[in-house]
Design a protein around this ligand. Structure first.
Ligand code: CU
Length: 312
């Protein structure tokens, strides 16, 4: 009788431990677990800290801006054989020299400097990244990447007009041939952006966690040599939309430079991507006033500055 009782107990312990092991296996395979996996990018001052190699396919990036300035990360896919060294020698100087001349009021000479960009620069594929992120904020961005050699960069300007990428905000990232196996997230709000129709989305955006999909119906090179992107901004009562719009153009001496406009908090978004691609970003939206804005000249005239309210 005692032996049977003992056996019964050990059988129960065995069953319990099997269940626990099974539970652990299920947990490690479940898609919910995967949702928390992301590639972290940290900026402390004027830097990008991240891994050097990532898988191809869908990846989610958590960009954490610990610095006192506004930044973004943009992934530029480089043509075969070109590296960060080539960018430092041939790309950053014409942009910086041109910007310096524009800042001095010599617009014509400044824009002429951009003609010195090497032919291969026009083969660089801007492959997405976060939108602008204000100091002490973070963003969650999901994009799909082809294998290749990429440069992560930020070209916001310091108060003296120097581009962040000339100050070290560049980092080479190799996207490997192995696919991450991740699937894109499910969007709660779908946004379309194009050069002909601007930014379009559903009329009302609810509070709480939202996953925005941003579909690039087309992509063009705007007057300031960049493509359109999508940035989410929170507007305080003192926010001035005209100031925001002119600040979004880097080629303006007062554009994309520290300090950013008063009353504006940049909450990420999706950086330039090729026509036909879709990027996702997730954010917990509090009630308040917001805008989507693209980093191009004359955003409002292009329907690329759209305000909306999130109701309580
Ligand atoms: Cu920056």
């Amino acid at each position: 009788m005692k032996a049977i009782f003992k056996n019964h107990i050990s059988f129960r312990i065995l069953t319990l431990s099997s269940i626990l092991i099974l539970w652990a296996i299920i947990q490690s395979c479940s898609p919910d677990k995967k949702k928390d996996q992301f590639i972290e990018i940290v900026t402390e001052v004027m830097d990008f800290q991240s891994v050097d190699t990532i898988p191809s396919g869908w990846n989610t990036f958590k960009y954490i801006n610990k610095s006192n300035e506004t930044h973004f990360f943009l992934l530029d896919k480089y043509p075969a054989g070109k590296t960060l060294e080539d960018a430092e020698k041939e790309v950053i100087p014409p942009f910086q020299n041109g910007m310096n001349l524009i800042n001095e009021g010599n617009d014509e000479e400044g824009f002429a400097e951009f003609n010195k960009l090497p032919a291969w620069f026009f083969e660089v594929v801007f492959s997405g990244g976060s939108g602008l992120v204000s100091p002490k904020n973070s963003s969650l961005t999901t994009i799909k990447l082809e294998p290749g050699y990429y440069i992560m960069e930020c070209y916001v300007k310091m108060a003296n007009g120097t581009f962040h990428n000339a100050m070290g905000m560049t980092k080479a990232i190799v996207v490997g041939t192995q696919d991450s196996g991740n699937l894109p997230p499910k969007a709660t709000v779908e946004i379309n952006i194009s050069s002909t129709e601007g930014i379009n989305f559903e009329k009302s955006i609810p509070k709480g966690i939202q996953v925005f999909s941003v579909h690039f119906k087309d992509q063009i090179t705007h007057e300031n040599f960049v493509g359109h992107d999508l940035n989410l901004v929170r507007l305080s009562d003192n926010a001035n939309l005209d100031a925001l719009e002119s600040w979004m153009n880097w080629a303006d001496p007062k554009g994309l430079i520290t300090p950013s406009p008063d009353g504006i908090t940049f909450l990420g978004g999706i950086n330039d991507m090729p026509a036909g691609s879709t990027g996702y970003f997730e954010i917990n939206l509090e009630p308040g006033n917001y805008a989507f804005v693209s980093e191009v000249p004359n955003a409002s005239g292009k329907n690329m500055l759209k305000t909306f309210s999130v109701k309580d």
